[in-house]
Design a binder for this molecule. Structure first.
Ligand SMILES: Nc1nc2c(c(=O)[nH]1)N[C@H]1C(S)=C(S)[C@@H](COP(=O)(O)OP(=O)(O)OC[C@H]3O[C@@H](n4cnc5c(N)ncnc54)[C@H](O)[C@@H]3O)O[C@H]1N2
Ligand code: MOO
Length: 386
């Protein structure tokens, strides 16, 4: 299918440079100590080494009988999982035992029920090649590396760490986010009245913040009066402040002037991208980051994925993201000198929905970043739709 190129060249920083700035300019937040159970989604600042052996003690690997000496064995006793200690069994004796129960120290093997039979009080059977005893430390010895630094803690990693007897780990602090939703026309809840719109950003910022390892601390509406936005910026005490709307040139768009008055350093100020052209990233003296999202909902989402997500990932201590790349087919209005960011599903571009609508992107797996020389079938970077 032909690809059409339209409109004059789009100005601003190259999209890939904007993404790289958001990813590479911040440094990870300091580490703190927490219980492994509280670490899900956080990044390990230090490697986790086993404290205890796994298994922690010699245990039966099968339900059956623990035996010592030569058979037949006289059955004496029952050892269930959870027994604090198993003592000894005399030679020629057997103890019925459950999987996971501690084996008596002199156990030579566990005979699974299916490999033996009891006649009166005598156990008959033959030992096979395996002892069916799990030895302490067979899987992990104290000091073994369980999870290296830089990994994001998952439910499985937490379980492995806990199994290895570790009770405290060092993780990076989670970056906290304040979302300031600007616009006198925006309502956070309920049906919008005439001229009003319902907020599109709070849920999306929350979801992306969480998946990037951060926490949405506060989301609130701020009026279009510059004093209101200025005060909200000054009061936000989190590492990251996201401002939706007020990014552009309109009479009510005050963000750039307010940041300028506060001595902000601009890292990204306009991106050669459609949508998402007016997005920006700045840092304030004292270290807080400000991410400016264009008010149009699809443009805002593009900026959340271009600037906010890589910024938060780095602050959270995550290793640098490598965006997935895959071939995409279809038609797009490419932007000379910049990228077109278009929703795709199963490698096929979806009909574009304009920068204000979210219906097309709601059907997408990801947003394909299409350079101006892209041709149908070429690979493109993918931003995962939250
Ligand atoms: N003269 C120019 N006008 C505009 C330019 C430009 O370069 N020169 N850029 C256009 C582009 S591109 C975009 S994107 C928007 C960015 O607008 P702002 O970030 O300043 O945002 P607003 O003007 O407040 O709102 C734009 C649009 O989005 C709706 N909106 C705002 N917040 C929300 C929200 N939380 N949930 C849903 N919808 C929201 C708002 O009602 C407006 O319809 O500027 C263009 N103009
Ligand atoms: O960023 Mo605006 O990108 O086109 O709606």
């Amino acid at each position: 299918m032909p690809v059409t190129q339209q409109r004059p060249p789009v100005a601003g920083l190259a999209w890939a440079d904007a993404y790289a700035a958001a990813r590479d300019r911040p440094t990870p937040l300091p580490a703190e100590t927490c219980a492994p159970e509280d670490s899900q989604g956080r990044t390990l600042a230090e490697p986790v080494l086993a404290v205890a052996p796994v298994p922690a003690f010699d245990a039966a690997a099968m339900d059956g009988y623990a035996v010592a000496g030569a058979g037949p064995w006289r059955v004496a006793g029952l050892i269930l999982a959870g027994a604090p200690e198993a003592g000894l069994i005399a030679a020629g004796r057997a103890a019925e035992i459950a999987t996971g129960a501690p084996v008596p120290a002199n156990t030579e093997a566990v005979l699974p029920y299916e490999d033996c039979h009891v006649d009166g009080s005598l156990l008959h059977g033959a030992r096979g090649p395996r002892t069916h005893i799990r030895r302490a430390g067979d899987d992990v010895r104290p000091g073994t590396l369980i999870v290296p630094a830089g990994r994001v803690m998952t439910a499985t990693r937490i379980a492995a760490v806990v199994q290895a007897g570790v009770e405290r780990i060092r993780v990076h602090r989670r970056p906290e986010v304040t979302l300031l939703v600007t616009g006198d026309e925006v309502v956070l809840t309920g049906r919008p009245g005439p001229g009003q719109v319902r907020d599109s950003f709070t849920g999306i910022v929350d979801a992306v913040t969480m998946r990037a390892g951060g926490t949405l601390h506060t989301a609130r509406l701020v009026g279009d009066h510059p004093a209101d936005l200025g005060e909200a910026l000054d009061r936000a005490a989190t590492e990251v402040v996201v401002v939706s709307g007020s990014s552009s040139a309109g009479a009510a768009d005050h963000l750039h002037a307010l940041l300028g008055e506060r001595g902000a350093e601009w890292h990204v100020r306009g991106v050669a991208s459609r949508p998402g052209h007016p997005q920006a990233l700045a840092s304030l003296p004292g270290g807080r980051w400000v991410v400016s999202l264009p008010g149009n909902p699809y443009a805002g989402m593009v900026s959340i994925l271009t600037l906010l997500e890589p910024l938060l990932r780095t602050l959270a201590g995550r290793p640098p993201a490598t965006l997935p790349r895959m071939p995409v087919t279809g038609t797009a209005r490419l932007m000379a000198g910049g990228v077109r960011i278009a929703p795709q599903r199963d490698g096929v571009l979806l009909p574009p929905g304009g920068s204000a609508g979210l219906t097309s992107v709601a059907d997408a797996d990801s947003l394909a970043v299409l350079p101006d020389d892209w041709a149908s079938g070429d690979p493109a970077w993918q931003l995962t739709v939250p």
